[in-house]
Design a protein around this ligand. Sequence first.
Ligand code: 13P
Ligand code: SF4
Length: 300
Amino acid sequence: MATIEQEIQELKAARKAVILAHNYTRPEIQDIADFTGDSLELSRKAAECKAPVIVFCGVRFMAETAKILSPDSIVLHPNPASGCPMADMASPEEVRKYKDEHPDTLMIAYVNTTAATKSAVDICCTSGNAERVIASLPRDQKVMFLPDKDLGANIIHALNRPMELWNGYCPIHYNIPPQVIQDARAAHPGAEVLVHPECTPEVVALADQALSTGGMLKYIKESPATEFVIGTECGIIHKMQKENPTKKFYPLQPNPICVDMKKITLEDVRDCLKNLSNQVELSAEIIRDARKPIDKMLAM
Ligand code: 13P
Ligand code: SF4
């Protein structure tokens, strides 16, 4: 009898599909993917992808971004219940209201926003390019950064530049207390401490580096260090270990888990490929308007 992985490979070939997966998905999902990456790398892949079918294993806003960038492809999101709580903290109605009340303010949206919210903003960014995007703006330009107040505060600190911050946050990273980083340092004194910039500024101040998930993978490959404490969602350790078999990786205790990223299973991937189910549907208007801020980001 064929394994589920074999079934997926056969269906993928029959559909001429490409499977993209975020670095936080389950290890078995990363292993069947054609490409794994962070939000920026996955957006770039989706933009250049010519496949008629894209299976996007990540939370919903990421699958929506793939549809916006490849509108002629069928984009399948294997489990529609996999959402991002932070993305739901900035509704398009609230964002438009803020924009109407502050016409001089540029609205910069972290890519962790819904397609409808993206359609209401000026420029997008990811954790991989947020500093670059903000640094490119005139210093006296008024900016509202949404929805992640922690990523925003970390950028304000790094660039010494004022911005208004939306009151959103990632429940997984926001709930890592500074004490957990101190405990990890004490337990692994020789390790470098890498955290995600969605962590609070207090946590970032205790780390050696604050990097996107793709940035962490690149840093680890190039670093002479052999041990690392990983201050982000633990799913990424699978890829770190695969790419660096002689290096050691320690998750935080307690281990940060994004339950939404884990909702996508091999069965979901097989079933959506078999039935072409769970297609991402967006109106032509949303695709047109949400594409503008994403294109501006990709052009930078
Ligand atoms: P990256 O772009 O760094 O992969 O981050 C995505 C995300 O959702 C982090 O919580
Ligand atoms: Fe959203 Fe946080 Fe999960 Fe990333 S880790 S997808 S920001 S809830």
